[in-house]
Design a protein around this ligand. Structure first.
Ligand code: 5GP
Length: 263
C-alpha cells in the first residue's frame, strides 16, 4: 500500500491518500489540544498509544458486528482505513455526568444517569462544536432520519459493549464521543454507515472503578499531570501494552521518549 499525499490534517490526526481510492491512511500525532485549540501541547507517545488502543477497541466492536472504517494497523502510528465521507456530527454518549453536561445544566459531576444520554454536536471548531437537536440535523440535512435512526441504535450498542469491556478491567466508561462516515461497500455496491475516527482516551472519559482516578484526556485538560501514564494504564489493562513494547523495540527511533511499564 503506497502512502500518497496529505488529504487532511486535524488536531490529532492526519489522513493520507493511497493508491486505492477507497482506502486512506490515518496517522496519529502526539499533539494534544483542548478548549477548541486554546490549549495546545505535544504529549510524546500519545499517538502510538491511541493508534493501538483505538485499533483494539474497533477490532472488538467489529467482532460484535459493528461496521467500522478500520482495515488494519500498519505500524506504530498509522492505520489503513476505509475512505469515508464523515457525517459532520459528534455523537456523545454519557453514562455519568461530567464535563460540558455539568457546566451546561448544573448536573453534579459524578451523577449516575438513569439511562445513557445521547447528545449531538455539530463538528465545527469555529463555533466550538455546538450542541444541536435532531431537528437541526434534519433541517440542515447533515444526516437523514434513517441515518440517525440507524446511528442511534449502533451508538447505544457500542456503549453497551464498551461499558462491559471497560468494567471488566476496572474502568468506568463515563462518556465518549464517536463519529460516523459513509464508506463504499464493494460487495453490496453501495455506501454504508461505518464507525469512523478513533475511540481512545482522547475521546472517552475513563475513571478507575475504585479510586475514580482519571485515565483520559482530562489529565491534560485539567493539568493533572502524568497524561501518558493514564493512557498507558488503559493500554496495560486492555492487555495490549506488551505488544506495544515489542513494536517499540524494533521500530521506535527514540526509545527514551516514551516510558513503558514492564508487566
Ligand atoms: P464534553 O461535552 O463533556 O466536553 O465531552 C464529552 C465526551 O466527548 C468526552 O469524553 C470528550 O472527551 C469527548 N469529546 C467531545 N468533543 C470532543 C472533541 O472535539 N474531541 C475529542 N477528542 N473528544 C471530544
Amino acid at each position: 500500500m503506497n502512502k500518497g499525499k496529505k488529504l487532511y490534517e486535524g488536531k490529532a490526526k492526519i489522513i493520507y491518500s493511497t493508491n486505492n481510492k477507497h482506502l486512506v491512511i490515518q496517522h496519529f500525532k502526539d499533539d494534544a489540544t483542548a478548549f477548541n485549540n486554546l490549549k495546545k501541547s505535544k504529549v510524546e507517545g500519545k499517538g502510538v498509544l491511541n493508534n493501538r488502543i483505538s485499533e483494539h477497541i474497533l477490532s472488538n466492536l467489529e467482532q460484535c458486528g459493528i461496521k467500522t472504517h478500520l482495515v488494519k494497523r500498519l505500524n506504530m502510528r498509522e492505520q489503513l482505513i476505509r475512505r469515508a465521507e464523515i457525517i459532520p456530527i459528534e455523537f456523545i454518549v454519557r453514562n455519568i455526568a461530567s464535563g460540558s453536561l455539568t457546566k451546561r445544566l448544573g448536573i453534579p459531576e459524578g451523577t449516575i444517569l438513569e439511562k445513557p444520554l445521547l447528545e449531538y454536536c455539530l463538528k465545527n471548531d469555529a463555533l466550538q462544536d455546538p450542541i444541536v437537536s435532531k431537528e437541526h440535523i434534519f433541517n440542515f440535512e447533515w444526516a437523514t432520519k434513517n441515518e440517525i435512526k440507524e446511528i442511534d441504535k449502533i451508538t447505544l450498542r457500542i456503549n453497551d459493549i464498551l461499558t462491559g469491556l471497560f468494567r471488566g478491567i476496572g474502568i468506568k466508561l463515563v462518556d465518549f464521543k464517536i463519529e460516523y462516515g459513509k464508506a463504499w461497500n464493494k460487495d453490496k455496491d453501495e455506501n454504508e454507515i461505518v464507525l469512523a475516527d478513533e475511540i481512545s482516551p482522547d475521546t472517552c472519559r475513563l475513571w478507575d472503578s475504585k479510586t475514580e482516578k482519571k485515565l483520559d484526556k482530562d489529565r491534560f485538560r485539567k493539568d493533572l499531570g502524568n497524561i501518558i501514564e493514564g493512557y498507558q494504564e488503559v493500554a496495560r489493562r486492555l492487555g495490549i501494552m506488551p505488544e506495544i513494547s515489542n513494536v517499540k523495540e524494533v521500530n521506535f527511533k527514540k526509545p527514551s521518549s516514551i516510558k513503558f511499564k514492564k508487566k
